[in-house]
Design a protein around this ligand. Structure first.
Ligand code: SAM
Length: 217
């Protein structure tokens, strides 16, 4: 894993000001945000902004999420280190890389081939070997590797898809932005046997989750 690089001091400031400063307390999440080089996931022309407090374009009309939101979604999964998790919406691969520090195995699915291929190249270059990138529509989860301890959806959905809830382990959590195409509420769902309870966390603005149980193209 990359630990020291030209951006290390910017990354440390990002963790202090944007992540810990806004209330993220899970030490493992803070350490993951400290160790994953976000600039490696950002197109060259935006690299100088890699540790700024916002999303950035990654091509194909998509974005890498704001660092704080990545950390918050990871913390909401409550991982200990031995879990299998799913991310829907690989994008640049950054959120998956952060999750790779927190779980045993990460599956991530992206519907756009150009992004899935680039994310795979970046993860390989960083020698992150517990993330598997899949190409396809993730609105129905990824049944082949279910159940998951955690599922994080990195795009805004009209509602929490039943198929994803069904792919949670007992006690597992789904973190998903739900609402309109243009703005959503981040929801955390928890499975308890056959029951699902959910809480609203905060308002967010993600690109749309497009597919069978999502929005139309
Ligand atoms: N987590 C990403 C990162 O760290 O860079 C950011 C993800 S970006 C905000 C949302 C991604 O979800 C886009 O790359 C988009 O193509 C993808 N997406 C949208 N609908 C999808 C679907 N049905 N299945 C898989 N990926 C989808």
């Amino acid at each position: 894993m990359v630990d020291k690089d030209d951006f290390a001091s910017q990354r440390e400031r990002m963790v202090q000001n944007q992540i810990a400063g806004r209330g993220i307390r899970d030490e493992r999440v803070l350490e993951a945000m400290r160790s994953i080089p976000r600039h490696a996931f950002v197109p060259r022309e935006y690299r100088h902004l890699a540790y700024a407090d916002g999303p950035l374009p990654i091509g194909a009309g998509q974005t890498i999420s704001q660092p704080y939101i990545v950390a918050l979604m990871a913390e909401l999964l409550g991982l200990q280190g031995d879990e299998k998790v799913l991310e829907v919406g690989t994008g640049s691969g950054y959120q998956a890389a952060v999750l790779s520090c927190l779980a045993r195995q990460v599956h991530t699915i992206e519907r756009l081939a150009s992004l899935a291929e680039q994310a795979e190249r970046t993860l390989q270059a960083l020698k992150i070997d517990n993330v598997q990138v899949h190409l396809g529509d993730g609105t129905l989860g990824l049944i082949e590797y279910a159940p998951y301890r955690g599922i994080v959806v990195s795009a805004g959905a009209p509602s929490a898809p039943r198929a994803m809830l069904d792919q949670l382990e007992d006690g597992g959590a789904l973190v998903i932005p739900v609402g309109k195409r243009s703005g959503q509420v981040l929801e955390r769902w928890q499975r308890e046997g056959d029951q699902f309870k959910h809480e609203d966390i905060l308002t967010v603005a993600f690109v749309p989750l497009v597919g069978q149980a999502g929005w139309k193209e």
